[in-house]
Design a protein. Structure first.
Length: 154
């Protein structure tokens, strides 16, 4: 498995089919961590697609996002690339189509993840789960409309 570490930016690139524990072992050898609790036994794409359970809450630090960029394949075969950048600097939040949606719109094939130095002091809270807030009726309708539109463009 090929992982690419950008130590200066504290980002690591990993393919979607990489296993999360394998990525964490690689990072441990570099003195870094994803800082997950518990450690998921899943591929990166599956873990992200199910909401990255065990990751830190994104509400702890508004600029410290788990995902800095990603490549994905939409269900109709089209590719999407969001290059690593601060989330507020890239326009529409395309990650929302893939994060926690259980591959409804497509699959993450490569992810640029934010890593942390082992032992670095950081704010704490309970584990994060994207599924904590269930969708309401209007939100379901919006997701259905998005899915229909993306499917009709193939």
């Amino acid at each position: 498995m090929t992982f690419v570490l950008d130590r200066e930016s504290l980002l690591v690139s990993a393919p979607g089919d990489a296993r999360v524990p394998d990525l964490e072992r690689f990072l441990e050898g570099e003195g870094l961590t994803l800082d997950l609790s518990p450690m998921p036994d899943a591929t990166l794409a599956d873990w992200l697609g199910h909401g990255a359970k065990g990751s830190r809450s994104p509400w702890l630090d508004p600029v410290d996002h788990l995902l800095a960029g990603f490549d994905a394949t939409l269900n109709d075969g089209r590719r999407l690339e969001v290059r690593p950048a601060p989330r507020r600097a890239v326009g529409p939040d395309m990650l929302s189509l893939f994060f926690g949606t259980e591959e409804r719109f497509g699959t993450i094939t490569l992810a640029w993840l934010r890593v942390h130095r082992k032992g670095a002091a950081r704010p704490t809270t309970g584990p994060f789960d994207a599924k904590d807030a269930p969708l309401e009726h209007g939100e379901h309708a919006l997701w259905d409309a998005l899915e229909k539109e993306l499917s009709s463009r193939s």
